[in-house]
Design a protein around this ligand. Sequence first.
Ligand code: SF4
Ligand code: SF4
Length: 424
Amino acid sequence: MADYKELWKSLDIDLEKHDKLCAVLPEFYEDIYLSQENRPDGMNYFNFVVSEIHGLRIKELADFKEKGGKVFGSFCVFVPDEIVFAADGIGVGLCGGSDFWVPDGEKELPRNTCPLIKASVGARISNTCPYFSSADMLVGETTCDGKKKAWEILGEYTPMHVMDLPQMKREKDYKHWKEELEIFKDKVEKMTGNKVTKDKLQESIKMINDKRKALQRLYDLRKNEKLPISGKDALLITQIAFYDDPKRFTEKVNELCDELEERVKNEVNVFNDDTKRILVTGTPQAVPNWKMHDIIETSGGAVVCEETCIGTRYFTNTVNEDCNSLDEQLKELSNRYMGINCACFTPNDGRIDDIKRLYKEYNAEGVIYYSLPFCNTYAIEYKRVKEELDKEGIPVIMIETDYSNQDVGQIKTRLEAFFEMLEN
Ligand code: SF4
Ligand code: SF4
């Protein structure tokens, strides 16, 4: 990586602490990613993005800001990037996926808070994440109690806007979410000084639709009997989708998909034929949280799909591009986002239907229900999901784990037993 010290200094990064964070990532990445055999050449771009994770993209954001551009940081797939880009802003995902930030998060939050929230707050208050430092505004949502309270802490550091996400899906809730989009649009316009016009929104809807379509294309390739790409690599790509330049990202994913299509034709399989095909469902895996996928794929399984926010929930359903007015566009956007099946909704039958559908579409042989500790909505929803999957004879196991490595051996043992049971 080039020398970005001056850039980081200008962002008020704690350089000493940041060096410690940067020192662990290459070895960690080498062990989990670069050690994989038979990776597609198209992964080189994504390796490069990771090697420059706090470099090149941060420099791009700094150059953009120097010209007066505004950066919006978000934490949830409900925040509509389309509106940000339509006002010539840039949206970046900020969820924390590293154990490194958890102790700092625990200085402000109770220990029994989900690690994603602790890491996100820790990243901000420790001044070790240049994405946080680049954001002119943070955009939160009222999805879970921990996040709602975390916004109050983060708001002490960076201007914060909170979107009030309804927790049911009645007609009035759709209307309410559209109103929230309108309020958000006004806020973004004020911050950027740019109007969100019908034409601008049309352009950004198309751009984000294209990104979602490229990811859908990648995921479709994972439906093949011979897997042209590992689950770990697919997860990494979706994680990168949250902060890379959207047009470049789409182009690179499509290039990779061309290569994967060739691999499918040539029956290339990155796993042994007897590897168990696994659908992962549950809480998000923010970068660099690769723990669950790494355990699965070194224990006899291959992840073929993620029913998570760093998976299908991020790209399923595009926004109707055929609208006659700004109001209609906002309505279509609202409909698309309200179609996401997060456990913060009640009832949330749509998620159960999704899990069953994806299990079949991806020819999975078992489901791993992944939950971060202290995430009540997902942990409680497991009961209903399991009951429904049992009715269909779909094997499922719940794994609750944080970002630390203490329980890796124990999870491996449980998964090996689960995979063995899938044989029978
Ligand atoms: S799990 Fe729910 S709250 Fe978390 S990112 Fe996804 S949609 Fe948002
Ligand atoms: S994983 Fe659960 S507790 Fe953590 S931020 Fe998401 S919804 Fe909230």
